[in-house]
Design a protein around this ligand. Sequence first.
Ligand code: HEC
Length: 204
Amino acid sequence: MGKGKITVVAAILIVAAGAAYLLTREDDQTSPVVATPGDTPDTAAAAPPFGGPVDIEDASAAWTYLTANQLAGPGASVSNAYPGSMPHGQLLETVTLDADISGHSGTLIIKKNFAAPEGETITADQVSADPDTYLTAVTIMFQREAGYDDGHGNWFWAKYLPDGSLDKNGADMQLAGRVGNVEAGAGCIGCHVNAPGEDYVFTN
Ligand code: HEC
């Protein structure tokens, strides 16, 4: 490959990474995508490693697994809700198992987040009796093979709304993949890095 071609390829990669980062509104395809000339490959690589097509595909496979095994979705039962705290729910349920999803096998931790309507409180019995009414989100951690995210325990993270669609962050990025940024103290990883035991899991 000639030097010119390499430059072109590098430029395309930078623009693509920049576009992924700047395309904050999925439904607004017309927003101008500006390639910042000063961007170096390093800054491009620093674009958040989540919310991309592969992450969304993985999240979709995981949701299919959850519903097929009645771990989430309509009719999934909840028997062990316990009082929770921000940013998860007023009541939580955590289930841990070994899972095989799309050729990946590892520990899968599912946390269901329940909340009462504004100003009300709910009990674990109410949640067990009618989980679908109070469910606000399903968050998962799925431990992947070495090399997936070695610096952060190799966890795949996802946050679903009760209907199985992915929740989004303030920049409209879907919350699936290596969600978060330790340096910025943001996202799933930015908070779970504080879990005791350095395995990113609080409820050990
Ligand atoms: C501000 C801190 C914070 C953020 C941000 C956060 N979590 Fe958590 N998470 C916690 C705490 C604290 C617990 C333990 C709650 C409990 O069960 O009492 C927890 C528990 C969990 C668990 C159960 C396993 C465990 O660590 O105990 C899962 C799964 C989970 N979180 C997923 C997520 C996902 C996915 C995201 C991002 C979309 C996320 N969390 C963002 C604080 C956070």
